[in-house]
Design a protein around this ligand. Structure first.
Ligand SMILES: N[C@@H](CCC(=O)N[C@@H](CS)C(=O)NCC(=O)O)C(=O)O
Length: 283
């Protein structure tokens, strides 16, 4: 698909991979949206210690407040300089970026946030589905993913970023901690770590159940074209990217971790990855 003629700078979190691909769930949700929409963009990779010094002078707004009351600057962020007659638009926070891109560059036949009134021509986003998946992932996947992949992830984190994250942990927990030990739950195969894998598998199990029941309903009905493997059948929506992003995080941090996940639920997640693979591209 030809790229749209947009001039967007995307600020993403760098890893040590040669293509610098991110290990960040949030950054991946934004990249998936940019890729899905076929928008023209360039990536500026930043490491943790460089986020604030890079974003602040550009006028990109912070997304939260630190414990000491100062503003917290985060990636993903974008600057959209597509319209030469207007000042560039700076947007931070993956949720805000999604809403901005969906509004500025809508694709009525492939809305990422399907609207309840999409056939009437009035755009009224119906956020419930993707919010449900996003919140589910945050509560039921994220507490387990980092401890499960941390050992494999550490060598892929740029050393300065590791030191930066360690400093924040020492500030919060005191000396004797680093980014690895703070998230470490046990060696691969230990009962402690296996218990975490079981919890993550249970979370994926609920998502499998939901996707399966949708497939069954659609297969039983007269919907043309078969069941479809996404939350909305054949239509990819942001609900799918909310589920795909943690899978990307697992796979890019730990190939052996992904080996395990990809076999769960009859290989569903390997198939899901393949169905969405065209959007998992570092441009
Ligand atoms: N609510 C934000 C969260 C983004 C976020 O936490 N990003 C992390 C990287 S994964 C970050 O930039 N952290 C900077 C820091 O903690 O100093 C979003 O959805 O974009």
């Amino acid at each position: 698909m030809a790229l749209k003629n947009t001039k967007i700078t995307f600020f993403d979190l760098a890893s040590v991979y040669p293509d610098r691909r991110s290990l960040s769930l949030w950054c991946w949700t934004t990249r998936l949206v940019l890729n899905f929409k076929g928008l023209g963009y360039t990536t500026q990779f930043v490491e943790f210690p460089d986020i604030e010094p890079t974003l602040k002078p550009l006028g990109i707004p912070p997304t939260a407040t630190k414990a000491d009351g100062s503003p917290l600057f985060t990636v993903p962020a974008i600057i959209d300089a597509t319209d030469p007659t207007k000042p560039p638009v700076c947007v931070s926070d993956s949720q805000e970026i999604l809403l901005y891109l969906e509004k500025m560059y809508p694709d009525p036949l492939r809305p990422l946030i399907p609207s309840t009134t999409q056939n009437t021509g009035t755009y009224v986003p119906a956020p419930a589905l993707y919010m449900l998946v996003k919140q589910f992932v945050l509560s039921n996947f994220m507490p387990y993913i980092l401890p499960l992949v941390i050992e494999d992830m550490v060598p892929i984190i740029p050393p300065r970023a590791f030191e930066f994250a360690t400093k924040a942990i020492v500030a919060a927990k005191g000396e004797g901690h680093d980014f690895l030990t703070a998230h470490f739950v046990g060696k691969e195969g230990s009962p402690e770590k296996e218990a975490y894998w079981k919890k993550l598998e249970a979370g994926f199990g609920i998502m499998a159940l939901i996707l399966e029941s949708g497939e069954k309903i659609r297969a039983d009905s007269s919907v043309s074209g078969g069941a479809g493997e996404f939350f909305m059948g054949h239509q990819v929506t942001f609900a799918d990217f909310s589920l795909l992003a943690p899978m990307i995080m697992i796979r890019f941090a730990s190939e052996r971790g992904w080996e395990r996940v990809s076999k769960w639920h009859g290989g569903r997640w390997e198939r899901y990855w393949k169905a969405l693979e065209e959007y998992i591209v570092v441009a």
